[in-house]
Design a protein around this ligand. Structure first.
Ligand SMILES: C[S@@+](CC[C@H](N)C(=O)[O-])C[C@H]1O[C@@H](n2cnc3c(N)ncnc32)[C@H](O)[C@@H]1O
Length: 275
């Protein structure tokens, strides 16, 4: 395995189990709207779909139920994640999933093979986003579409009452991502990445999840997840005391009379030219 950029479930988290729980929450909380936007961008049951950076399979499960007659190929670099996904999806449509252990920049898949590609929360982690988009363009059929779902530090979360310590920590998180080869401000570049990689008919949408609709509990797991910042201590960007104070801020926020969280994710879409 070569580097998974700024994401490494074994190194960057308190425990893999806690991180898997965060990923599962993240994969379900906003999915209804992601699915709606994917359909708006043209995904249809029966299409051949490739998912890049598919992780432990929570989003693959969602794709399997959205597209009950599609064949799905999931490409994931980390063998631990591939194993997790294979186990998790055993009785959830996994028989329709072709698991590929490989990199988004070098999938090893044949040219012109897929109708639709889906890359969720991976572009922020990789050092060569344009090369990744070019590789996806290669494996898409002419007219096939790529949808990238990602975020940007400056729209990562709106918290009420305001939590300045989280805002500050998110900024440090961006610095850490950059040092590890990622870019937590990727959202603003998605259009240009698609353009540079030769996609056309570009579109950029946003999906919103908020706690008045969904309750505060999922947001306490993501994005109000102090474990995300543990790696900052390991990297010398945050002290143990600052981390402890962040934990306290989270408790204070959750104990406030009407805590509110809103998150915005961006969905960028481009088509592979027909000629
Ligand atoms: C934050 S997780 C997102 C997982 C899933 N897409 C989701 O939305 O739940 C990012 C995933 O990308 C994988 N990854 C990182 N670099 C990769 C690369 N170059 N090629 C393929 N997968 C990669 C990581 O191992 C991890 O499983």
């Amino acid at each position: 395995m070569t580097s998974t950029g700024s994401y490494d479930i074994q190194k960057h988290n308190i425990t893999p189990e806690a991180e898997l729980q965060r990923l599962q929450t993240q994969a379900t909380v906003i999915w209804k709207k992601e699915a709606r936007t994917l359909q708006w961008f043209g995904i249809k049951d029966g299409m051949s779909v490739v998912e890049l950076g598919s992780g432990p399979g929570f989003t693959t499960e969602q794709l399997c139920s959205l597209l009950p007659n599609s064949e799905i190929t999931s490409v994931e670099l980390d063998p631990f994640m591939v194993q997790q996904a294979q186990n998790y999806l055993k009785d959830k449509g996994g028989d329709r999933v072709n698991f590929v252990e490989g990199s988004i920049t070098d999938t090893g898949l044949p040219d012109n093979s897929f109708d639709f590609a889906f890359a969720r929360l991976i572009f922020q982690h990789i050092p060569e986003p344009v090369a990744a988009a070019q590789e996806i363009r290669r494996i898409l059929k002419p007219g096939g579409k790529l949808v990238i779902v990602d975020t940007d530090a400056d729209i990562f979360g709106l918290f009420d009452p305001p939590t300045p310590s989280f805002t500050k920590a998110i900024d440090k998180f961006s610095q850490a991502s950059q040092a590890l080869g990622g870019n937590f401000r990727i959202g603003r570049y998605l259009w240009r990445i698609l353009q540079e990689a030769g996609f056309e008919h570009l579109d950029l949408e946003a999906v919103v999840a908020h706690s008045d609709e969904l309750g505060i509990e999922p947001f306490a797991i993501h994005p109000l997840n102090v474990d995300l910042f543990v790696r900052l201590v390991k990297m010398g960007l945050m002290t143990e005391e600052e981390l402890a104070s962040l934990r306290q801020s989270k408790e204070d926020f959750l104990a406030s009379p009407h805590p509110f969280v809103l998150v915005i994710w961006l969905m960028a879409c481009g088509a592979k030219p027909v000629n």
